[in-house]
Ligand binder design. Structure first.
Ligand SMILES: [Zn+2]
Length: 195
């Protein structure tokens, strides 16, 4: 069952979203804490990068693999964005920020932890939402177009009710990757025409 936020949580989320915008504008700096540190890692450890959507009620993250977006606690967002901004040395200009995050070694409590490859960082502030894209790369994204969304490259899933046998291995399929006109069997990984 979905968690219904308490009024305090709703107010806290809205405050965190406001803080993200203050951080992007360079008016505020928020130090990393443990939950923001793990979030930062989630945003940066995938080879394909990630897409981020922040609103006053949610923080969603898309990687190029996996069935779709994941939602995270907004209260970790200001510190994450603050760290990215510090690495990039850039602030929002108008409603956009495009910057390079140089390769670095991520420090946690003063100790080196994991190596971070250079990333390109795009940000667009749309008032009631902030979009971000992070892609591994060492070319400054200033003149580059916004990257293609990762979500569209994610596999979609199709639920079959009742389960149907795969025409190749005959095993029952309840959930299959959906390629549009074909499904991929989760047991034998062969594709077949959508029923
Ligand atoms: Zn099969």
């Amino acid at each position: 069952m979905a968690h219904v936020r308490t009024p305090d949580e709703v107010a806290g989320d809205r405050r965190a979203f406001g803080d993200v915008r203050e951080v992007l504008a360079g008016r505020r700096r928020v130090p990393l804490d443990a939950s923001a540190w793990s979030m930062l890692r989630l945003m940066l450890f995938k080879a394909e990068g990630c897409d981020v959507l922040l609103t006053p009620s949610a923080w969603q993250l898309w990687h190029g693999s996996g069935p779709g977006s994941s939602r995270y606690m907004l209260r970790a967002a200001p510190a994450c964005v603050s760290q990215l901004r510090e690495w990039s040395g850039a602030t929002l200009a108008g409603d956009e920020l495009r910057a390079l995050l140089p390769a670095t070694t991520v420090l946690w409590r003063g100790q080196p932890t994991w190596p971070l490859a250079a990333h390109q960082w795009w940000v667009r502030d749309e008032d009631e939402q902030v979009r971000m894209a992070l892609r591994p790369g060492d070319v400054a994204p200033a003149g580059l177009p916004w990257p293609a969304p990762l979500a569209s490259r994610s596999p979609r899933w199709r639920l079959l009710e009742p389960a149907r046998p795969c025409p190749h291995c005959q095993r029952p399929v309840e959930r299959a990757r959906d390629l549009g006109d074909a499904l991929v069997c989760p047991h034998c990984a062969r594709s077949y025409e959508s029923p």
